[in-house]
Design a protein around this ligand. Structure first.
Ligand code: DX5
Ligand code: ZN
Length: 219
């Protein structure tokens, strides 16, 4: 089985001490750091942009996993690449020219991901899957941390996992985001996910190391 990565989402961190929060999860065994960017249009919430991310980047060795929940993401790809992104994920629902955006990300030397909302079928990414480094299956509706996991998304993870095997896409990572905790992690891993985003389940606990260890032990 592929290594399973845990990617704490800084959306649930204490923004007043972001540097310390990042160091805390890095010490606690995080594999990636998930950066949720929201524009108040694609999703009904606002977070931060490349300036804040660029301030975090030099403080950590963790790969920065940038999740753009914004309209016209192509306009911000260069800025997030410059700010130190390891992977940039755009939403299929936000891109009229998805193929073009994926290749724009790659031209900037960054790994490319596409996210799909709970109501979006996996067929939305079928024609570009061979160009991708990562597919992000939203297991809640994007916009907020701390929501309940939607079990109907498991079927989509299974389908993607099947495609990955059939097409021999061994490098492709399947990421899940929303409502992931020790109770839901075994379900998504069994279905084929190998990058688990966790906001509330990690930053909502005083001992982040114990929180990450609990998720890892559950799978
Ligand atoms: C939701 C974000 C998630 C969020 C997950 O729109 O994309 O990354 O931080 O938070 P939890 O793990 O608390 O559901
Ligand atoms: Zn996210």
């Amino acid at each position: 089985m592929k290594n399973i990565y845990i990617a704490p989402s800084i959306l649930s961190a204490d923004f007043a001490k972001l540097g310390q929060e990042v160091a805390d999860v890095e010490r606690g065994g995080a594999d990636w750091l998930h950066v949720d960017v929201m524009d108040g249009h694609f999703v009904p919430n606002l977070t931060f942009g490349p300036l804040v991310m660029g301030a975090i980047a030099p403080l950590t060795k963790l790969p920065l996993d940038v999740h753009l929940m914004i309209e016209k993401p192509e306009e911000y790809v260069p800025a997030f690449a410059q700010a130190g992104a390891h992977v940039i994920t755009v939403h299929a629902e936000a891109c009229v020219h998805l193929h073009r955006v994926i290749h724009l990300i790659k031209e900037h030397g960054v790994k490319a991901g596409v996210a799909i909302n709970p109501a979006t079928p996996v067929s939305a990414i079928r024609e570009v899957i061979e160009d991708l480094d990562l597919v992000l299956v939203m297991t809640v509706n994007p916009g907020f941390g701390g929501q309940a996991f939607i079990p109907a998304t498991l079927r989509k993870i299974r389908e993607l996992s099947k495609w990955r095997t059939e097409l021999g896409l061994d490098h492709l990572r399947i990421e899940v985001d929303g409502g992931i905790a020790a109770s839901t992690a075994p379900l998504v891993v069994e279905a084929g996910a190998d990058v688990l985003v966790a906001g509330n389940a990690v930053f909502g606990r005083p001992d982040r190391s114990a929180a990450i260890a609990e998720i890892k032990a559950s799978i």
